[in-house]
Design a protein around this ligand. Structure first.
Ligand SMILES: [Zn+2]
Length: 244
């Protein structure tokens, strides 16, 4: 059976002190560690379907511009593709910083430009280079907190827009904040997604439409990164004895 490791990143930056940003140096070290451990990189869609071996899917939520400038060259050096999850409503105004609960505190300050998203053209370039572009919904809501019609719209419309803009299928989704429940998972399946990533505090069983991703953050030093990605620790964290 394949050992599928799905990592969730957001921004890559030298200076951005947010929890959701990692430095290029840390990112490079983390990738090197995985490559040395025998992982091969894949898109999320391919990783979920992998039959054997150690497969690492690097995913980036929110489509930060910094991923293109600082993350892609390091993945290119390994020949690894990655997956970007795009909140589609925001990408028609690429000079407008992303804004929702959790990142809005960075607006108006010196780091505001770290919140700029990629343009559709830039996402198209990534897709050309073998990356996967998936949906991160239209407006980045907590999906468990919205009604059925709004839920369907967030899932169906974002998928349609990615497909229309990039001219290729949008097969996977990342739930904003990792927030999901059985109603949301069923709606993702009904909207036509083949797979979707969560971001749980406690890892859970792997299902294509609720696939636990390991979130990597600013303060994850090498020791903590190794712990998070270790297969034994992932098993332990998915069991009931792990608190939180
Ligand atoms: Zn997000």
């Amino acid at each position: 059976m394949a050992d599928v490791l799905v990592l969730c990143y957001h921004a890559v930056s030298e200076r951005f002190p947010a929890a959701l940003s990692v430095t290029p140096e840390a990112f490079e070290r983390q990738l090197a560690l995985l490559a040395r451990a025998g992982y091969r990189g894949a898109t999320f869609e391919d990783a979920v379907k992998a039959g054997s071996g150690r497969v690492a899917a690097v995913t980036f939520d929110d489509a930060y511009l910094s991923v293109l400038a600082l993350g892609k060259p390091m993945l290119d050096a390994l020949g690894w593709p990655a997956t970007v999850y795009a909140p589609t409503d925001y990408l028609d105004a690429p000079e407008r910083p992303l804004k929702w609960a959790g990142i809005e505190q960075w607006h108006g300050g010196e780091h505001e430009r770290e919140l700029l998203p990629m343009s559709w053209d830039q996402l198209g370039e990534l897709a050309e280079a073998g990356w996967e572009i998936g949906s991160h919904t239209r407006s980045h809501p907590h999906l468990t907190e919205i009604g059925d019609d709004a839920l369907r719209d967030e899932l169906v419309e974002s998928k349609r827009v990615v497909e229309e803009r990039l001219g290729r299928p949008c097969a996977t989704l990342a739930y904003p904040y990792g927030d999901h429940d059985e109603r949301v998972v069923a709606a993702a399946g009904a909207a036509g997604y083949a797979a979707a990533g969560t971001l749980p505090a406690r890892l859970h069983a792997e299902r294509p439409l609720a696939w636990p991703r390991v979130g990597i953050y600013h303060d994850d030093d090498e020791r903590r990164f190794k712990l998070k990605v270790s297969r034994v620790m992932r098993r332990l964290r998915s069991s009931r004895i792990w608190p939180g």
